[in-house]
Design a protein around this ligand. Structure first.
Ligand code: GDP
Length: 137
């Protein structure tokens, strides 16, 4: 079993598709280990996306991520990191396959509905950034 960190981003929460995304997560066999609705501050978002701090889109990304509440998740499944990224689809919804979260619920590369860790090291950092050990027991 493997765990990954996922976010239902502010656009998806505002659009009222949280329930549909959670249903697909469960239908695909992930166990929801931890889950919290949280309105991130800009500094919460900046710390989370610190690897992108030099990128031109960083300001827009942190503004967007702190614009409204999002849903923070720890998901568990065999091969969870790869499986959740496959279910999310490509970063840009225009390039995502039909049936993926970003194709079905994302509007643009900025408003792309979901986040998922891309490697075991980032999953470990991201899970510990948002959840305490007790919540992940
Ligand atoms: P992800 O792992 O697929 O979410 O992609 P990244 O970690 O590379 O980027 C984090 C987030 O920043 C993405 O989900 C996008 O919302 C945004 N992003 C990434 N690349 C770009 C870009 O070239 N332009 C813009 N405007 N946003 C981007």
């Amino acid at each position: 079993m493997e765990r990954t960190f996922a976010i239902i981003k502010p656009d998806a929460v505002k659009n009222g598709v949280t329930g549909q995304i959670l249903a697909r997560i469960e239908q695909q066999g992930f166990r929801i280990v931890a889950m919290r609705l949280q309105h991130l501050s800009r500094s919460d978002a900046a710390g989370f996306y610190h690897v992108h701090r030099e990128k031109p889109f960083f300001g827009g990304l942190t503004d967007f991520m702190s614009s409204a509440p999002c849903v923070l998740l720890c998901l568990e499944a065999p091969d969870a990191i790869r499986a959740w990224r496959a279910l999310m689809g490509a970063t840009n919804p225009a390039n995502a396959e039909p049936g993926t979260m970003r194709k079905d619920f994302g509007a643009s590369i900025d408003n792309n509905a979901t986040h998922g860790s891309d490697a075991p090291e980032t999953a470990a950092f991201e899970l510990s950034y948002f959840f305490r050990g007790m919540e992940l027991a």
